[in-house]
Structure formats: C-alpha cells, structure tokens
Ligand binder design. Structure first.
Ligand code: NIG
Ligand code: FE
Length: 409
C-alpha cells in the first residue's frame, strides 16, 4: 500500500456543498492500493495498518485530484498555425472555414497520416497533459466525417486508451456534414444516426455522442435526430452549444437531457435557466475563447444560477491549439469570474461528472481511483495566482507515478 505523505494541503474536491467547497485537509496523507484510494485524511490519524508501507513524499505541497480534461479533440493530423495569422489579419473563423480551411483542413491532414503516426502524436500530447497533472482525458472523434473514417478514429482512440498512462474516454462527435454529402445532408444525418451510432455503441467504441450545433455545422432538428439515436443506443448525450452565436443550444441540451453542454460563449439567460433545471453540466472552454478573441462562457452567471461548471481545454488544431488545462483554469477565473477553488472543482469532480465518471474519478476519497496531482503551491488560490508554466511536481494515475519532476539543481 503506497502512502502519499507530507501533504501540506489536500483539496479532496468531494461532492457535498457548492462548487467552491473543496473539503480541504491540512497536513494530510493518502493511502492507495490496486489503483484505488483506501484512506485519505490527517497524516497523524493515518491508521497503523498503513505505517510500514512504501512512502511517496509530497514535500509539504498542495495535492489535488488528478485533473480531468473533459473536452478535447486530441486525435488529429497536421496543424493550422496559418489560421491564427489569418484571424490576426482580420478573417473570421467561419470565413476561413468557408474558404476550405477549418475542420476540413484537419480532416484532410488526419486522413493523410498512418494509424501509427496518429496514435503516436496523440500519445505525445497525452504525455504532456500528464506532466501538467491531468489523469483523465476525453477524446472526441470528428476529424473523419465519413462514417468509415469516424470508425477508424474511434478504433485508434481505443488503442490510445490501452497504451496511454492516463484514462482516455471516447466520444463520437458529429462535427460537420462532409463535403461530399452537402447535397444529401438528410441522408448523412440518417446514416450517422441509424448506422454509425448503434455500431459505435455495440462495439463499445464510445460512451457518449456529441453534436456540434452551429452555423456551418448541424441544426437543432438534426441534433435531435442524432442524439435521439444515441440515447436509444445507451450513449450519453453532449452538445457543442452556442459557441459562435446564440442558437438555442443550451435549451436544446436541456431538452435532450444532455450530460453536458459545452462552449456556451453566447448562451442566453433562458438557456442558463434551462440548464439549471435539467442538471446538465456546462463546460467552459476559455482557451477557445482566448484564441478566437471571443467572450468566454459566462461561468460566474452559470454557477450563480445553480449550473455546475466544468472547465476543459477543447484542445484541437483550430480554435484551441493548447493543451494547457491549468491555463484554461486561470482564464476561467480572470475572464469567467470563477474563484480558483471553483475552477479547480470544475476540472476535477464537475469535469468527471460531465463524463459520467464522478463515481470513479474527480475527488480523493476511499473507493475512487488513485489519481493525484502534487502541485508546487500552498493552496488552489496561490496555484492560479502565481501561475507557472508547470507547477506539477508529481502525477499519480490509477496508483502509478506517471510523472515526477527532477529535483532542481
Ligand atoms: O470545439 N466547435 C467545433 N469544433 C472544435 C474546433 C474545430 C476546428 O476548428 O477544428 C471546437 O472548437
Ligand atoms: Fe470542441
């Protein structure tokens, strides 16, 4: 039974209370075995049964649950740095997409890479995430578009999940109608719903289905069709909602009893109220807002309305080409007006809830996965206040040390 001891402050992030309630314990220790937490509490109360065990030293630091990045598009080929410059020169995201850039450019670059090359790239990204303290990552398909190409990506994600040091969970994403199907979009939606969705569910290739509802993507009725099929197949439902404008996405997510509604940069007051009633998690993606110079999701108003708010990276080559989840948390505070404690719970327990994993991950409690991040800070507030490129000294995922910083010379 390994014991992580000498913890200055343990933010357990247990569920009870509001989003700012982290259930902290000072001078703490955590004992775990078989990848599962057995005991967490004050170090001087550590049961004697754990005494002679293997010790890991937190060095008096802050320990938080392994971070959960609950919205990424981590499997893709190529980059789109040129689009950053085009936007800086005045073109909009939608203009670039209409001119053949955007998602279509990444679909082509993804098709051009071999299976091995795609998985190796994504594994590299996951390694970088682990070094930042991340232990669970959601990965969306969506850069295949054609049904066979989407299946290919989900199969590669399954391979990735088997090879990665972190927990990887897959979501099937209906991203946009592929170019070859523009004249037959109803047929694409029908085949996506009636062929791809049941197959993905049957083969266990994803636990959720997500639809990008926006101008240039899917409309509300198309999302109802796809997500109705997803629910019938036993998949969880998610929505990319209200990113580039208010299209009633939040209310639609509530209507479909979505587990999460993601983006919400332009959510209306009625949309916020609908989410509060349905218990849907709002996922704020402030890196996408940063790169697009757009307003962030109104995280403060959402939390105040009683909506749990998760924070994630949206890591993708177009709108959020950074995988830095702690930076997303800082932005959720300075731009979304969350308190640092709320942001931390948003990237742990609330993010796990957005994946239906809150029974397994997201907090440090007996019975949960031993996912831990040791941070060079005295508190969550100080962590985000004195923001560093990487404040993570050690990451434990499923009871295994997957990252440990060399002691400075
Ligand atoms: O989450 N919003 C849609 N999809 C991705 C980005 C797509 C892209 O530009 O590659 C997102 O922002
Ligand atoms: Fe996204």
């Amino acid at each position: 039974v390994p014991v992580l001891a000498n913890i200055g402050l343990l933010a357990t992030c247990a569920a009870p209370g509001g989003q700012a309630e982290l259930h902290p314990v000072e001078r703490a220790a955590v004992a775990f075995t078989g990848g599962v937490v057995r005991w967490a509490g004050r170090e001087r109360e550590l049961p004697a049964t754990f005494d002679a065990e293997e010790r890991l030293d937190a060095g008096g630091r802050l320990v938080v649950p392994g971070l959960v990045d609950c919205h990424t598009h981590v499997l893709f080929g190529g980059w789109r740095a040129d689009e950053l410059e085009r936007r800086l020169r005045g073109e909009s995201y939608l203009e670039i997409a209409r001119a053949g850039g955007g998602i279509a450019a990444t679909v082509a670059a993804t098709a051009a890479l071999s299976d091995d090359a795609l998985v190796a790239r994504a594994r590299g990204f996951l390694g970088e995430m682990a070094r930042l303290g991340v232990t669970t990552v959601e990965a969306k398909s969506g850069y295949g578009l054609d049904l066979d190409a989407e299946l290919r990506l989900l199969r590669l994600q399954r391979r990735l999940a088997g090879e990665a040091p972190l927990r990887v969970v897959s979501t099937l994403l209906a991203h946009v109608v592929p170019p070859g199907w523009r004249e037959r979009r109803a047929e694409y939606v029908a085949r996506f719903s009636d062929e791809l969705v049941p197959r993905v569910a049957r083969e266990g290739l994803a636990s959720a289905c997500d639809v990008y509802v926006d101008e240039g993507a899917f409309g509300a009725d198309e999302a109802r069709r796809i997500l109705g099929a997803a629910r019938a197949a036993g998949l969880r439902v998610k929505l990319h909602a209200d990113q580039h404008g208010d299209r009633g996405g939040a209310a639609l997510a509530a209507e479909l009893l979505a587990t999460s509604a993601d983006h919400l940069e332009h959510v209306s007051a009625a949309g916020i109220a609908a989410l509060a009633r349905s218990g849907t998690v709002a996922v704020s993606l402030p890196l996408a807002a940063l790169y697009l110079d757009a307003p962030p999701a109104p995280a403060r108003r959402l939390v105040d309305a009683g909506v749990p708010v998760a924070v994630a990276t949206d890591f993708n080559p177009g709108t959020a080409p950074s995988l830095h989840l702690p930076l997303a948390l800082l932005l959720a505070c300075t731009r979304g007006r969350l308190l640092p404690a709320e942001a931390l719970k948003g990237a742990t327990l609330v993010a796990a809830r957005a994946l239906g994993l809150d029974g397994v991950a997201g907090s440090i409690e007996p019975g949960k996965s031993a996912d831990l991040a040791v941070l060079d800070a005295p508190s969550p507030l100080h962590w985000l206040y004195h923001f560093g490129p990487n404040d993570c000294a050690m990451t434990v995922a499923g009871g295994r040390v997957v990252w440990r910083r060399e002691a400075p010379p």
